[in-house]
Design a protein. Structure first.
Length: 84
């Protein structure tokens, strides 16, 4: 993966985009630290589909909740005053 300082990426944005379209993600740094990655839209959409395919369903998440079959102790709470 190629790395570009932000100023160079701005000055040569067409080259950054062309390289990303050629299948090589381009990393852009700001003040020497990684800031963003430029990807081709096909690669981005592929990653989204992969993430969605691997995400657990709501039912799977519910079934993964630990079940010990135990009882929970109720906290004694004062009754609310009811106006009849």
């Amino acid at each position: 993966m190629s790395q570009w300082p932000l100023q160079d990426a701005k000055n040569r944005f067409s080259a950054v985009v062309d390289a990303a379209l050629a299948g090589e993600p381009q990393r852009v740094t700001r003040r020497g630290k990684p800031a963003v990655v430029v990807l081709a839209v096909e690669e981005y959409e592929r990653l989204l589909r992969l993430e969605k395919a691997e995400a657990p369903t709501f039912a799977e998440m519910l079934l993964a909740i630990p079940q010990d079959g135990g009882e929970f102790e109720r906290r004694p709470l004062p009754l609310r005053p009811v106006d009849l």
